[in-house]
Design a protein. Sequence first.
Length: 105
Amino acid sequence: MREVYKNIFVGDISDCREGVGEWLVIHACKYPCHRNAVGYGKKISPAHPNYLVLKKGQNLYLNIIDPDEPLFMNPLFVETLRFCNAYNKPDMKLYGSSDFLVGNR
Ligand SMILES: [Zn+2]
């Protein structure tokens, strides 16, 4: 995990944690975080209400992958900004984990 700005941290799946107390966590990885939080097997129907995003307490789970051709979808960014704004307090720490961020490497 690496602090990239005051109280804003990024890392990979090995640093993933639950968002509790002072921690807000954006789980920017489909596998395993989004899948486990939403509760599906290999695939999720695009019609599922949490197909792209699930918010549970201080955790935001994103269905985001890292394909050769970027497929980012606007709701991922909109919900991420809403999530961050909702918990915009001086003592909060934001952690973003991803399967493609480099973390401490
Ligand atoms: Zn996670």
